[in-house]
Design a protein around this ligand. Structure first.
Ligand code: GLN
Length: 515
């Protein structure tokens, strides 16, 4: 197989490392993230077309700081240093970096030399995002200054004969208005990439690779109905057809009609030729959850029961050769396997192999993809838009959107309320106005009056947040007419709800989900 053109991002602990890789891929060039500790031989062996050094929290003149060998700059591979990466390049090659008399933070006017390959087609004065305390007071010998700001004499440098470029600002964040153009200039004009990272060829190549690997082996996939497992399943179905068995456990905590939607795609009436097993385990989960009101206990019960059910099905199937997992690239990076970021969470999909299925190997067809690329792959594979564009949904499902103990009746209440909310968001043309929105059932009951009769019923809370990374989020200002319409429909159509509340809290201090 011909090697894919690759740009390597060397991660010095900056906040935007994944963003750099995503932007490069948006330019049509494949990109991977590695820790700055990665030995030079390992990097060389990957045969990269270019290397990008990220930002980072340290100061290069501090001896304990993250660093790399100066040999990196002499490999004949183009290097772009960003922020800390730019300072490090200058520091290692004989320039001077020190505490800036004035720190720069935020959108800043930068005056660039449009003769440089890096700034082709960029406006001579362009807004860039700055976030630094140190600055390059003197460029390294052999480097030409190609940008400055009112406070920063060296905002970018180049040594084009060596393929070395460095920028003090962050081209990867959207606040840098022409950042994508600069990154594209780097990968195409400096590194000479052809741009072979295309979703159609990725999908086609993956299908061929899977076919070659699996041979006539048997493959098992646990379907949750979420985007990742669905895309992985379809890819496998296209590759090996009936050698694939998908087990879909309906725990009775899905959104309204979601189980049937999954069955419509993957079941016998759907377009794919595979073995599909739907386990209607709703009652088992409800029985186990009865009377349990502690959020962590609820999560644990659901997780364990899920494994039990899956295990029973796997036993019926017998030995399989491969187990499919929907691991995606951020899971890999955040588990500390890719970049430098501290282990943010040990992801359930990475490392922890399920010991309840007898199989010889794991297949992770989406391991190299960012979330938006997974959706693009899903579209390429012909998955319905409703499935591909699905909002994030917690693994334990609606159990975390029902405060207190779960009962089948409460599940129905929250399903109906949520469906009404989603339907009206679409009717108002706002289906994409928030990153995530849903209804939750609070455990609060209060007095109301309906048809001249006293009621003592539940309150539904609506939540809509906007976020780019799901780490922080803001409550979205929804139009009052929409909230009014949803409220009146919910109290009229969902029995035992007499009050609808809107959650105005951001994250932090709240979380996106309720629990
Ligand atoms: N820590 C360095 C500085 O303050 C680099 C900052 C960065 O990479 N964002 O200048």
């Amino acid at each position: 197989m011909q090697q894919r053109e690759t740009i390597i991002v060397l991660d010095f602990g900056g906040q935007y490392n994944q963003l750099i890789a995503r932007r490069v891929r948006e330019c049509g060039v494949y990109c991977e993230i590695y820790s700055y500790r990665t030995p030079l031989e390992t990097i060389r062996a990957k045969n990269p077309r270019g290397i990008i050094l990220t930002g980072g929290p340290n100061s290069v003149y501090d001896p304990a700081s993250a660093t790399c060998t100066a040999d990196l700059f002499a490999m004949g591979v183009p290097v772009l240093g960003i922020c800390y990466g730019s300072q490090l390049m200058m520091h290692l090659l004989g320039g001077r970096v020190e505490r800036a008399p004035e720190r720069e933070y935020g959108k800043t006017e930068v005056y660039v030399d449009t003769e440089s390959l890096l700034f082709q087609e960029v406006n001579p004065t362009t807004i860039c995002w700055m976030s630094h305390n140190d600055y390059i007071s003197q460029a390294a010998p052999g480097f030409k200054v190609i940008a400055h700001t009112d406070h920063c004499p060296v905002a970018a440098v180049e040594a084009p004969d060596k393929g070395l470029y460095a920028v003090q600002f962050h081209p990867e964040v959207l606040h840098t208005q022409q950042g994508s153009l600069m990154l594209s200039n780097f990968v195409y004009k400096v590194c000479g990439c052809a741009g072979d990272w295309k979703m159609d060829s990725f999908v086609e190549q993956s299908i061929q690779n899977i076919r070659a690997k699996v041979g006539n082996g048997k493959v098992l996939c646990a379907l949750s109905g979420g985007v990742d497992s669905s895309v992985a399943a379809v890819m496998l179905a296209k590759a090996v057809g009936r050698q694939l068995t998908c087990v879909f456990v309906d725990h009775g905590l899905l959104r309204k009609d979601e189980g049937d939607q999954v069955e419509a795609v993957f079941g016998p009436e759907g377009p794919y030729d595979l073995n599909f097993i739907r386990v209607n385990a709703q009652q088992r989960f409800y029985d186990k959850l009865a009377g349990q009101d502690d959020p962590e206990t609820k999560r644990k019960i659901i997780g364990e029961e899920f494994i039990r059910v899956f295990e029973e099905e796997a036993k019926k199937i017998g030995r399989v050769d491969y187990l499919v997992q929907g691991t995606i690239y951020p899971d890999v990076v955040e588990s500390g396997l890719g970049g430098e970021s501290a282990v943010i969470k040990s992801h359930h999909n990475v490392g922890g192999l399920p010991d309840y299925v007898d199989f010889k190997e794991i297949i992770e067809p989406l391991r190299d993809l960012f979330k938006d690329e997974v959706r693009a792959a899903g579209r390429e594979l012909g998955l319905p838009e409703a499935l591909v564009a699905r909002q994030p949904f917690p693994g334990p499902g609606l159990a975390v959107r029902i405060i207190g103990a779960v009962t089948p009746e409460k599940v129905r209440m929250v399903q109906e309320a949520d469906a009404i909310f989603r339907e009206e968001m679409a009717n108002f043309g706002l289906a994409n106005a928030a990153s995530q929105y849903f209804a939750a059932l609070t455990n609060m009951r209060s007095v109301g009056v309906m048809g001249d009769e006293r009621t003592y019923d539940y309150a539904v809370a609506l939540r809509a947040v906007s976020t780019s990374d799901f780490m922080t989020a803001e409550s979205v200002q929804l139009p009052w007419e929409l909230l009014g319409k949803v409220t009146s429909r919910i109290v009229n159509e969902v029995p035992h709800v007499n009050r609808v509340l809107y959650d105005c809290t951001g994250k932090p201090p709240a979380t996106i989900e309720f629990e």
